[in-house]
Design a protein around this ligand. Structure first.
Ligand code: A3P
Length: 293
């Protein structure tokens, strides 16, 4: 099948988006949540795949051991807002799931989450990653993902990130909007990629507590081990290689998996300019990130 063209960005209710995430908008907004749904939210490139794998293993590795060897992760954890011609939409995939809970991936900013998830008080896990590593990861991802706009060169991509003109909008608005929401809703667990790297098992335990899962220590250790970067990278069902829109000849999906790779991309000048803009934008929030460990 000929793959559709790379999309262009446009303003969608104040957020930069592409048609692949807005074409199915009415069905996304009227999506019917179930109370036991688990929603996994992040800005792109914050570690959504990693946490989705952890969640899937916690819920299903013991009851359906074949699942992890036979079903690609992106089918086990469908992407709510995706709708690319020639592929099933995320909404259709989610509506056909009979196992429970459903684990639902989304990159929607807080104001776009379908109302039904709030009404059902579904459990929501948000994953955030520092801006510098996020933009580097996003750059390489847009190079290899044929369903994303052309990234251009690194310098212009970085400028576009600072301007908030990325698919799913401004990083600051996204991480900040969801952070503020945690102050009024107890059904959100806010995780950091850097914490996951620092101590994966500790974060797996936090996830279990939040989800009220009484997983054994052995299971938590097994899940931690399976989700290590190198193990996921070599797992065809979890490393993105089953996803037809990704071109591994350009860059792997599981690329580096590190905190601080931004230092290999930012020039001194880019870093100074970025920091200045960042400090201004983050002045009014108590949200803090680590860019090195
Ligand atoms: P890098 O490009 O910096 O390597 P998402 O799943 O939200 O698109 O995020 C992808 C980023 O998470 C990529 O970052 C990827 O390598 C990283 N990642 C995925 N699984 C990981 C794991 N098990 N451990 C550490 N990083 C992981």
């Amino acid at each position: 099948m000929e793959f559709p063209d790379r999309p262009t960005l446009f303003d969608f209710n104040g957020v930069s988006m592409t048609k692949y995430f807005t074409d199915n908008w009415d069905n996304i907004q009227s999506f019917k949540a179930r109370p036991d749904d688990i929603v996994l939210v992040s800005y792109p490139k914050a570690g959504n795949t990693w946490v989705s794998y952890i969640l899937d293993l916690l819920y299903f590795s013991q009851t359906s051991p074949d699942r992890e060897n036979s079903v690609p992760l992106h089918e086990r954890v469908p992407f709510l807002e995706i709708s690319i011609p020639g592929f099933p939409s995320g909404v259709d995939e989610l509506n056909s799931i009979n196992s429970f809970p459903r684990i639902i991936k989304t990159h929607l900013p807080v104001q776009f989450l379908p109302q039904s998830f709030w009404e059902q008080n579904s459990k929501i896990i948000y994953v955030a990653r520092n801006a510098k590593d996020t933009v580097v990861s996003y750059f390489h991802f847009d190079r290899m993902n044929k369903a994303q706009p052309e990234p251009g060169d690194w310098n212009s991509f970085l400028q576009r990130f600072v301007d908030g003109k990325m698919v799913f909008g401004s990083w600051n608005d996204h991480v900040g909007g969801w952070w503020e929401k945690t102050k009024t809703r107890s059904n959100i667990l806010y995780l950091f990629y850097e914490d996951l790297i620092e101590d994966t098992e500790r974060e797996v335990s936090r996830i279990c507590s939040f989800l009220e899962l009484s997983s054994s220590t052995d299971l938590k250790k097994e899940v931690t081990e399976k989700s290590l970067f190198n193990n996921m990278k070599h797992n065809k069902m979890a490393n993105g290689s089953a996803d037809e829109v990704l071109d591994f000849k350009i860059s792997p999906f599981m690329r580096k998996g590190k905190v601080g790779d931004w230092k290999n991309h930012f020039t001194v000048k880019q870093n100074e300019q970025f920091d200045e803009d960042y400090q201004r934008k983050m002045r009014n929030t108590d949200l803090r990130f680590r860019t090195v460990l």
